[in-house]
Write a protein that binds this ligand. Structure first.
Ligand code: SAH
Length: 345
């Protein structure tokens, strides 16, 4: 990618206005351009028919216009889930998922090509981090999918490959453009950012005056056990994470979702459930239990139904708001970064 050229789709209206005036255009051109990119979801500059051919040429020569190429899509006959593989300008591959719920259409996007957090159960961590995604590359996953299904997207979860809080500035710009009224205007409350627990960035996000939902990947209620699953736990302990989550809740009024993946024989016992209930007792939060998606390189297995139910029951009896994640697209490719990985091989 030509990094020295201005990258149009990551600019906000203010930056875009400065850009067009520099090229001798009237400021209103910026708004036109912005609407073409973020409202009409133009995949190319040539679609922008009310902008002069001459200025379109200038844009094409002087700027980078980010548009993802759809490399592959898998459709689930069972529930309408669609799993997309996109190619970036530099050849990197990322995956995104479209899901239909009663509450609306949801897109799960990747925040990085690869990931450097190194969680032991995760396919995305196996080959490390390639690079951060640009704000435009985060947006494009939503835009291309919305156009492909020809339906409105109401929810976005930043829960695909990568650690969003490890790509903090681009994430913020993404939220600004995605939720702004001249774009898709998605409600901030319908945007969920999932993190493995980078405490200083959680505190930063709490101070941004946003109302996005925070999901915290907990996976263990015991510090030692968490360290064995997630290397980030060595850096930020459970106590500090929970304190940061409490701060996030107080600042934003948004209830935290704790993600807890169940790994057979590792964190799925009744003691584990009781420990989790103790850790979260009295907190205004929500626990989402995720029976693990087995990754063949990782050797983690999914607990049987009874174990999952018993774990769920224990939390519920303790008065904790808990759900079991419904498995979507079970008839298409396995989950969490495995499509991208298989393709790269
Ligand atoms: N880095 C962020 C977001 C991406 S991972 C985070 O850690 O939250 C999204 C979620 O999928 C996390 O909760 C992650 O722990 C979980 N996950 C990763 N691999 C998984 C697997 N094999 N089975 C089930 N959940 C998995």
């Amino acid at each position: 990618m030509e990094m020295h050229k201005p990258e149009l789709k990551s600019m906000n209206l203010k930056e875009l206005t400065a850009f067009v005036t520099e090229y001798g255009q009237k400021p209103f051109r910026a708004k036109q351009l912005f609407l073409w990119m973020h409202k009409k979801l133009a995949a190319s500059v040539d679609e922008m028919t009310d902008i002069s051919a001459a200025f379109r040429e200038t844009i094409k020569n002087e700027c980078v216009y980010t548009a993802l190429k759809q490399e592959n899509v898998q459709l689930s006959k069972a529930d309408g889930t669609r799993k997309y593989l996109f190619r970036l300008d530099d050849g990197n591959l990322i995956e995104s998922v479209f899901m239909r719920y009663k509450t609306g259409n949801s897109v799960c996007i990747s925040s990085q090509a690869g990931c450097r957090m190194g969680c032991k159960f995760c396919a995305s961590a196996i080959n490390g981090l390639e690079r951060n995604l640009l704000p435009s590359e985060l947006l494009e996953q939503v835009y291309r999918i919305s156009q492909d299904v020809n339906e409105r997207i109401s929810h976005v979860v930043v829960m695909g490959t990568g650690e969003p809080l490890d790509n903090y500035d681009n994430l913020l710009r993404f939220i600004e453009l995605l939720c702004g009224e001249d774009g898709l205007h998605i409600s901030q409350r319908n945007v969920t950012v999932s993190t493995c627990g980078i405490v200083p960035r959680i505190l930063d996000l709490a101070n941004e005056n946003l109302s996005v939902t925070l999901a915290l990947s907990l996976h263990a209620a015991d510090q030692k056990k968490r360290e064995e699953l997630m290397p980030i736990a060595f850096r930020y302990g459970l106590f500090d994470i929970l304190t940061a989550c409490q701060y996030y809740f107080e600042k934003t009024g948004r209830r935290i979702t704790f993600e807890y993946a169940l790994f057979a024989g590792i964190n799925d016992s009744m003691e584990d459930a009781a420990g989790l209930a103790r850790l979260l007792s009295g907190k205004n939060c929500h626990v989402n239990l995720i029976p693990v998606n087995p990754v063949k390189e990782r050797g983690f297995a999914r607990p049987d139904r009874e174990t999952v139910q018993a774990f769920y029951g224990c939390l519920q009896k303790s008065g904790i708001n808990v759900t079991i994640r419904r498995e979507m697209g079970s008839d298409i490719d396995a989950a969490c970064g495995q499509l991208r990985k298989r393709y790269m091989e």
